[in-house]
Design a protein. Structure first.
Lengths: 366, 569
C-alpha cells in the first residue's frame, strides 16, 4: 500500500496533527507560497501521495530514457507532474552531485519497501565494480541497495533485463542483468527490447496504477500485454509469408511492395513483442514497416543468438524453438501464443530455402 | 581552497565525475573523469561488418543515429560500396533531424535549469510573461491565460509536496538572474519542448522505423524503399508528411528556441567571457551535397588554432593520436606515447581507488576516457567548432548571417563566441541552419522520384564474396556533440578490429602525457563558484558542451599491420 493513512502513521511515530500542520506551513514558507497554501499542502500530502519511482542508469546508452520521453499516452510531463513522483533520474533531474545522491538515499530510506525502482543498463561485476561507478559507489552496490529495498523493480530495456550488449560475447566487463546482479529482488518485471517501447513503459505504470497489481508475466518475466505474442503473429506482412512471397534483394519489386523479409534475416518468428500492434513514435511506423527485418531485440542474448542479423532464421546460431514451448508460469494467453509461435516456426521450416541440419530444426519439423 | 566533487554530473548522457579545486570564488583546477566502461568495440570483433552499425548504434541512445552513420560509412569505405543519391538524401535528413531534436532537448531539458529557476516562476505575473513572450517572438502560445495555466499547473505540483526530479536543486541560488516572468516563459517552453521533441522525431520513425535506435541503415545505402506507386515505400504521402514535420520543426526552432536562447543570454552576458576553454576547434564537416568521391559538404571541415578565425587548417586523420597517460589503459609502447587510431591499442587496466571511494588519484590515472590530440594539441569539437569553421569559411552564408545577427542582438563582439554562452548560442544557430536546410533534401528526394530514380542500395557489394579479403576504412560524421570517427579493419568477411574516437572523448578527456588538460578541464578554470556546496556554475560550463559519456568510452585493440587502403569520407 503506497497511499495509506499518513495521519495514522505519523501518530505511530509520535508526530501530532499540530506538528504536521506546522511542517506544512514551513514548507509553504520555504516555497514562497501564501499562508493559505498550508491547508492545501496538508490535504495533498495526506490524501494522494503519488507513487515514488527512482530510475537508475548503469551500463546504459540512455536509449530507454529517450524512449520513455517519446511516450504519448500519458506523456512523461503528465506522468511526472500529475501521476508519479520521479525522485531520481540522472538524465532528467535538476540536482547534481551530492544533492542528487541524497535525493536517492533519502527516498530509499524514507520509503523502504514502498518505492518502485526502474533500472536501465546492465551491471558490471568485473574490476571490483570499477567499470561503472556513480558518486564513487559501484553500480553493483547501488543496484543491491536500491532494488533490494524496492516494492518492485522494472528492468527497462534488454541490457537491464538480460545483460544486453555489454554482456554480448566476450562480455568484457562481466555485465549482469538485474536478476543476476540482485539475487532475491522482489517483483522483478523485465521490459526488454532495445530500447523498450516508451508506450510499453508507460503502459506498465498505468497498468499498476489502474488495476493496483502487476501484470502476469511470461517465462522471462515480461508482461503478457506487451510480450505475449510474437512479431510474426501480428505482422502486417504475414500474408506474404504464408503465400511464399519474399524480398530477395534490397529495393527489389517485392521489397518496394512490402512483401515478407524472412529471407533477408527477419527474426520476427522468434521474437515476442507488440511492435506490429503498438508500433513506435505514436503509431507512426515500426522496423518491418520501414522495410528492415526484425533483429529480435526483445529476446535474451539476441546480440549473440540473432546474429548475423541478415542471415535467415533456421541458420542462425543459437536459434532454438524448444524454449518457446516451455509453458512454465504461463497463463492461457501465452499458451495460445506459444502455439502460434510453433505454427509460425513450422511455416519457417516448410518455406526454408537452404540446408537444414541442426537438431533444433529436426525437433521443430516433427 | 575547497575540493569540490560533482558526481554524478546529471542532465547528461552517461556517467561523468568532475573534481575541482575552488579558491577565491572560482575554479583553479579541474579534473574530468568518465566512470563507466562497456567495451563495445571488443564485442564487435569477429562479427559481420554489415551488423556493425546496429552494435555501434547502441553506444548511445541519445544521439541514436550517429554511430550507425559513422559505422556504415567506415564499412562502405573499406569494402568499396557506393550508396546511391537517395541514400545520401535520406541520411542527410536523418542526421539533420537528429541534430535539431537533440539541440532542442539539450537546451530545454538538460541545460535550461542551470539558468532558469523554476520556483521563481511561481512568483511571475502571467500578464508580464505574455508581454515578454510577444516582444521576442510571434509564437502563438503567448496569452496571459496560457501562462496563468502553466503557472497554476506548476503551483499545484509544488503544493502537493512531492518535487520529484526538481527536488534538492539549487533554486534561489544567487547565480540565477532571470526575473520571474522570464523563468515562467522558460518553464512553459520546457513543457512545450517535451511535446515538440516527441512529434518532430517522427521524421525518424518515417525514415527509420522507430526512434530511438532507428533500423533503416544498410551498408551500401538505406533499407527504406522509394516508390511513389507503392503503399509500402517512401512515396508522395511521405514527402507531404516530411514537409509538415520539417515546417513544424522550423517554426519551433526559429520562433521558440532561438528567441529563448537570445532572451536568456541577454541576462547572462558575463558568461560570454567565462568558460573559453582550449581555443582550438576541429570539424570534420558533413552533409554531402553531391555523390562524387569528394563531395561538397554543407557544413565545412577545418581546424582553427588559438582562436584565430583568419586561418583555417585542413583535417588529416593521420595527425590524430590518442594518449593514455591518465586513462585506465596500458600501451605496449609506453603510456607516455600517443598512437594514431589506425595503430591504436587498448588494454583496459583499472588502477583507481576501489569503490566505494571519496576521491580519485588525479595525479595518476583517473578516467575511462583517453586523451585524443590533433598534432599533439587538444581540440574542442561540437556545434561551436562547426559554427566557427563555417563562420570563418564564409559558408554556408546563413551561418555568418545568423552569427553576426546574434552578436549584434546581444551587443557583443566575436570574442564572445569563445565562451560558455558561445557554445549555447552556436548550438541554437546550428539547429536553425540545419532545420532550414532540410527542405532542400526533401525536395531532392521528390525530384529523384519524379525522374524515376528509386535506387536506395548498392547491392553489388552486399555479399562478402565481393569484398577485398583484407581491407580498412574510416567513416566520419558531425554528430550533435561534434566530430566523430569510426575505424574498421575487415578480414575474410569479418571484423578484425574496430575503433571509435568520439566527440565527448575529445572534449571530456583527461590530461595527456605532457600534463596538458582536456577542453572541459581548461574551460572550467576561472568559472566562478559562489557556493562550493552548490556547484551550479560548474554545471553551466560542463553542460554547455552537452556531455555524452557513453559515447566517449571505447575499447580499441592493436592494429598490427600497415594500412593497405585507407579512404576517408
Amino acid at each position: 500500500m503506497i497511499a495509506h493513512s499518513l495521519t495514522q502513521e505519523l501518530e505511530e511515530r509520535g508526530i501530532s496533527r499540530r506538528d504536521f500542520l506546522g511542517f506544512c506551513a514551513s514548507m509553504a514558507a520555504i516555497l514562497g507560497l501564501p499562508e493559505t497554501a498550508t491547508n492545501a499542502i496538508a490535504a495533498a500530502v495526506e490524501s494522494e501521495a503519488r507513487p515514488i519511482l527512482v530510475w537508475l542508469e548503469f551500463q546504459d546508452c540512455a536509449g530507454n530514457t529517450e524512449s520513455f520521453l517519446r511516450a504519448s499516452h500519458p506523456t512523461v510531463a503528465d506522468l511526472i507532474l500529475d501521476t508519479i513522483s520521479l525522485n531520481y533520474h540522472e538524465t532528467l533531474m535538476a540536482a547534481a552531485g551530492s544533492q542528487a545522491e541524497s535525493a536517492l538515499t533519502q527516498t530509499v530510506h524514507d520509503n523502504a519497501g514502498k518505492y518502485i525502482a526502474l533500472v536501465e543498463g546492465s551491471i558490471p561485476s568485473g574490476a571490483d565494480g570499477a567499470y561503472c561507478t556513480i558518486g564513487g559507489k559501484s553500480a553493483l552496490q547501488i543496484a543491491r541497495d536500491v532494488c533490494g529495498g524496492a516494492a518492485a523493480t522494472i528492468a527497462v530495456g534488454t541490457c537491464a533485463a538480460f545483460g544486453g550488449i555489454p554482456a554480448a560475447r566476450p562480455n568484457p566487463t562481466g555485465a549482469l542483468s538485474v536478476a543476476d546482479a540482485v539475487p532475491g529482488v522482489k517483483n522483478l518485471i523485465n521490459m526488454s527490447a532495445c530500447p523498450a517501447n516508451g508506450e510499453n513503459i508507460t503502459a506498465l505504470i498505468v497498468y499498476y496504477l489502474t488495476l493496483k497489481r502487476w501484470p502476469p508475466l511470461d517465462q522471462y518475466r515480461r508482461p503478457l500485454f506487451a510480450y505475449g505474442k510474437t512479431i510474426h503473429d501480428n505482422c502486417e506482412r504475414r500474408a506474404h509469408f504464408d503465400a511464399g512471397q519474399y524480398v530477395e534483394a534490397w529495393g527489389d519489386e517485392a521489397h518496394r511492395h512490402g512483401q515478407c523479409l524472412y529471407k533477408m534475416g527477419c527474426k520476427g518468428p522468434a521474437t515476442s513483442q507488440n511492435c506490429p500492434v503498438v508500433k513506435w513514435n505514436e503509431g507512426t511506423n515500426w522496423p518491418i514497416g520501414c522495410g528492415h527485418p526484425c533483429i529480435g531485440c526483445a529476446e535474451p542474448n539476441f546480440w549473440d543468438t540473432m546474429t548475423p542479423f541478415y542471415q535467415r532464421l533456421p541458420n542462425v546460431v543459437g536459434f532454438n524453438v524448444g524454449r518457446w514451448v516451455d509453458p512454465v508460469g504461463l497463463g492461457l494467453t501465452s499458451l495460445v501464443a506459444a502455439a502460434a509461435v510453433l505454427h509460425g516456426v513450422g511455416e519457417v521450416v516448410r518455406h526454408r530455402v537452404g540446408k537444414a541440419s541442426s537438431t533444433e530444426e529436426k525437433t521443430e519439423s516433427e | 581552497m575547497a575540493h569540490v566533487v560533482v558526481d554524478p554530473v546529471t542532465r547528461i548522457e552517461g556517467h561523468l565525475r568532475v573534481e575541482a579545486e575552488v579558491d577565491g570564488g572560482a575554479v583553479k583546477e579541474a579534473w574530468s573523469s568518465s566512470t563507466m566502461f562497456r567495451g563495445i568495440e571488443l564485442i564487435l570483433r569477429g562479427r559481420d561488418p554489415r551488423d556493425a552499425w546496429a552494435f555501434a548504434q547502441r553506444i548511445c541512445g541519445v544521439c541514436t543515429t550517429v554511430h550507425a552513420i559513422a559505422s556504415i560509412r567506415a564499412v562502405e569505405k573499406a569494402i568499396g560500396a557506393v550508396p546511391p543519391p537517395n541514400a545520401r538524401l535520406l541520411r542527410n535528413l536523418i542526421m539533420a533531424a537528429q541534430s535539431v531534436q537533440d539541440h532542442v532537448v539539450h537546451f530545454y531539458h538538460l541545460h535550461a535549469l542551470d539558468w532558469v529557476d523554476i520556483v521563481s516562476a511561481l512568483d511571475a505575473d502571467p500578464a508580464k510573461t505574455s508581454s515578454l513572450a510577444q516582444s521576442i517572438s510571434d509564437w502563438p502560445l503567448s496569452s496571459t491565460t496560457y501562462f496563468s495555466g502553466v503557472r497554476d499547473r506548476i503551483k499545484t505540483f509544488v503544493q502537493r509536496g512531492q518535487l520529484g526530479p526538481f527536488a534538492n536543486a539549487y533554486w534561489g541560488h544567487p547565480a540565477y538572474r532571470l526575473p520571474p516572468e522570464a523563468n515562467l516563459l522558460a518553464v512553459a517552453h520546457y513543457l512545450e519542448a517535451l511535446d515538440w521533441q516527441r512529434r518532430f522525431i517522427k521524421i525518424h520513425a518515417i525514415l527509420g522505423g522507430k526512434n530511438p535506435h532507428l533500423q533503416s541503415f544498410l551498408v551500401g545505402g538505406m533499407v527504406t524503399p522509394v516508390d511513389p506507386d507503392s503503399q509500402n515505400a517512401l512515396n508522395i504521402d511521405t514527402i507531404a508528411a516530411l514537409d509538415k514535420l520539417v515546417a513544424d520543426g522550423l517554426a519551433f526552432v526559429s520562433r521558440v528556441y532561438l528567441p529563448d536562447v537570445l532572451a536568456i543570454a541577454s541576462f547572462y552576458k558575463d558568461w560570454a567571457s567565462i568558460g573559453a576553454g582550449i581555443g582550438n576547434y576541429m570539424a570534420y564537416g558533413d552533409y554531402p551535397e553531391d555523390d562524387s568521391e569528394n563531395p561538397q559538404l554543407f557544413l565545412p571541415t577545418g581546424i582553427i588554432h588559438g582562436r584565430d578565425l583568419t586561418k583555417i587548417g585542413t583535417v588529416d586523420q593521420a595527425m590524430i593520436t590518442e594518449q593514455v597517460a591518465h586513462s585506465w589503459y596500458d600501451y605496449s609502447v609506453g603510456d607516455d606515447k600517443g598512437l594514431n587510431p589506425f595503430k591504436g591499442e587498448t588494454t583496459p587496466h583499472y588502477t583507481g581507488p576501489k569503490p566505494p571511494y571519496e576521491r580519485l588519484e588525479v595525479a595518476q590515472k583517473y578516467s575511462w576516457l583517453k586523451s585524443p590530440r590533433y598534432d599533439g594539441a587538444a581540440m574542442e569539437v561540437g556545434p561551436l567548432a562547426r559554427m566557427l569553421v563555417a563562420y570563418a569559411s564564409g559558408r554556408p552564408a546563413r551561418v555568418k548571417e545568423l552569427v553576426d545577427k546574434t552578436l549584434s542582438t546581444l551587443g557583443v563582439g566575436p570574442a564572445a563566441l569563445f565562451s560558455t554562452l558561445g557554445r549555447v548560442a552556436a548550438r541554437a544557430i546550428e539547429a536553425q541552419v540545419l532545420v532550414e536546410s532540410m527542405d532542400n533534401w526533401v525536395r531532392g528526394l521528390a525530384d529523384n522520384m519524379a525522374r524515376r530514380d528509386y535506387r536506395i542500395q548498392d547491392n553489388s557489394k552486399w555479399e562478402p564474396g565481393s569484398w577485398p579479403s583484407d581491407c580498412f576504412g574510416a567513416g566520419f560524421h558531425e554528430a550533435p556533440r561534434g566530430a566523430l570517427g569510426h575505424w574498421v579493419h575487415i578480414s575474410n568477411g569479418s571484423i578484425i578490429n574496430y575503433q571509435c574516437v568520439v566527440p565527448s572523448t575529445w572534449n571530456a578527456g583527461p590530461r595527456d602525457a605532457q600534463g596538458h588538460p582536456g577542453p572541459y578541464e581548461v574551460a572550467l578554470v576561472g568559472t566562478p563558484v559562489a557556493k562550493p556546496e552548490q556547484p551550479l556554475e560548474i554545471l553551466r560550463t560542463l553542460h554547455s558542451f552537452d556531455p555524452c559519456m557513453a559515447c566517449g568510452v571505447h575499447v580499441v585493440d592493436a592494429m598490427k599491420r600497415e594500412l593497405a587502403r585507407v579512404r576517408v569520407v
